[in-house]
Design a protein around this ligand. Structure first.
Ligand code: HEM
Length: 496
């Protein structure tokens, strides 16, 4: 322990008995000297950095080992880490559980990762983005005209009850090339026990169960068997899609799956992906992109419900650009600057991925600053764990004025601090789905706000609550696979 403390020259930070890297610690609330506590990175945001005096702080524990972990909220240090991939690689051993469908881009590093990135990147093309837009618009319009048809007001008990299916339908169409709809489709194809939609839904909703349950235990209860069956079904569907697409080359498809297969077929060098790798990668797009998107959109709706003036400003821009109420086109997306600003401000305040792990592959140094504009150079021994704290960076007052306030207009300025905004990570390993999400998010927000006014559901027991109390209640977040909204009851009222 003392060696660990000395190895980083006693850089201030958490000194605890239990490391946050243990599963157990993630169930405990923070207790000084015991453990930083579950979700501490989001709960503390920049406060811990302020308290310990630097925008890089350390966490050293006694159990299970004393390896130092450096937490980063310094934009320059983070840029150095994300742009020097060989010096600061990803600790992929933490992601092996995500490889059950096959090796993939998220759970790999070095040459293997390069191979997957090369084949995957072209799938996230402009043509795919256009498909994302068209499908997101279709799904929202369909929601208004079928599920919400004839209703002036719709109340949803928890906002993710609509953002989860919306995100699922978009990835179903633009990711897998399978159009899904709000209607129940009950036709199960031959050789299958459930529809593609149900398999996709169960797999995304219950992935956590699959990750923590050993395979022998998956037969023990009905619920576990359903989860096991859904994973098997999805794998079989994906396998069939590969075969089907091999024989339908003439069709112009721009979903991610088709493009991945096409890139793989065209890649002339020997490093083609096997079927298992293809399925592993397309599945990881689903894991990386589904919950992150559903939760981000839920926070966006919640923030607009709380900040009515911001919602009105957004509505006015949409109305001025698309006055006749027709559906906006993909080509109009760059004009919808307020929708984009609301999305960015949501991702700044509620980054779905709160911790991005790296480690130091060599003995090196990092420089940390602080609010007084002092700086200190920290030794970083080989093997040191590094955690980029997106909330630490996004709430750092060195980069963001009034960081706790929802102010989308900060993203309307030309010179907003790009290096201090990292919801999608950065450098060579940055999120491949960023444009996918931006396109989908702008389409969803624009459609919804153009036709409905979003408000917090009025409830008698909260009639006397202050704005601050309401904000705390509605924006409450817990740790999950990604940052998770706890309970967001909303009302949607049709605009005249
Ligand atoms: C709000 C939405 C999203 C957020 C906040 C987000 C965030 C991130 C972050 C932080 C990483 C880096 C993870 C790490 O280094 O451990 C990442 C990687 C990735 N994301 Fe996203 N993502 C989002 C949506 C999507 C979508 C919609 C897709 C695909 C459809 C996607 C596909 C990927 C892929 C393939 C990677 C791995 C890139 C690599 O390792 O080379 N993401 N994302």
């Amino acid at each position: 322990y003392w060696n660990a403390v000395q190895s980083i020259q006693n850089l201030p930070g958490y000194r605890t008995i239990l490391s946050q890297s243990t599963v157990f610690a993630n169930f405990l609330p923070g207790a000084s000297g015991i453990t930083p506590g579950r979700n501490h990175i989001f709960i503390n945001k920049h406060n811990a950095f302020q308290y310990f005096g630097w925008d890089i702080i350390s966490a050293i524990a006694v159990f299970p080992n004393s390896k130092p972990d450096l937490l980063l909220a310094d934009a320059a240090a983070i840029k150095e880490v994300t742009s020097s991939r060989p010096r600061f690689p990803k600790p992929v051993e933490r992601y092996t559980v995500l490889s059950f469908f096959g090796r993939n881009i998220v759970a790999s590093e070095f040459e293997e990762w390069k191979k997957y990135r090369k084949i995957s990147a072209p799938a996230f093309s402009d043509r795919n983005n256009k498909l994302v837009w068209d499908e997101a618009v279709r799904i929202m319009d369909d929601l208004f005209h079928t599920v919400w048809a004839g209703k002036e007001t719709v109340t949803i008990e928890h906002c993710i009850d609509i953002t989860v299916p919306i995100a699922l339908f978009v990835i179903g169409a633009a990711g897998f090339g399978q159009k899904l709809s709000w209607q129940d489709d009950t036709v199960v194809p031959p050789n299958h026990a459930m529809t593609f939609k149900d398999a996709l839904h169960i797999v995304t909703a219950d992935i956590f169960i699959k990750l923590v349950t050993p395979s022998w235990a998956l037969g023990l209860t009905k619920r576990l068997r359903t989860v096991r069956d859904a994973f098997e079904e999805l794998q079989q569907y994906m396998s069939e899609m590969i075969k089907e697409r091999q024989y339908s080359e003439s069709k112009e498809r721009h979903d991610l799956f088709s493009s991945l297969l096409e890139a793989n077929n065209q890649d002339l060098d020997e490093a083609k992906l096997t079927e298992s790798e293809l399925i592993g990668n397309i599945f990881i797009f689903l894991v990386a992109g589904h919950e992150t998107t559903a939760h981000a959109m839920c926070y966006a709706f919640a923030l607009l419900a709380l900040y009515q003036d911001e919602q009105e400003a957004l509505y006015q821009q949409i109305k001025s650009l698309i006055p006749d109420g027709r559906l906006p086109t993909y080509e109009e997306m760059p004009l919808l600057t307020r929708s984009m600003a609301v999305l960015n401000e949501t991702l700044r305040m509620f980054p779905p991925v709160t911790a991005i792990p790296k480690y130091s592959a060599e003995d090196t140094v990092l420089t940390a600053g602080n609010i007084n504009e002092d700086s200190t150079t920290i030794p970083v021994p080989q093997g040191t764990a590094i955690t980029i704290s997106t909330p630490g960076l996004h709430y750092n007052p060195r980069y963001w004025e009034d960081p706790h306030t929802f102010k989308p207009s900060r993203f309307l300025k030309q010179d907003w601090p790009r290096d201090a905004f990292l919801p999608f990570s950065g450098g060579a390993r940055a999120c491949l789905g960023r444009k996918f999400l931006e396109t989908e998010g702008v389409a969803i927000l624009t459609l919804l706000v153009s036709q409905y006014k979003i408000e917090v559901k009025e409830e008698a027991q909260f009639a006397a609550e202050t704005f601050e109390a309401r904000k705390t209640r509605i924006l409450d977040a817990k740790a999950g696979l990604t940052l998770t909204p706890v309970h967001v009851p909303l009302t949607f009222t049709r605009r005249a």
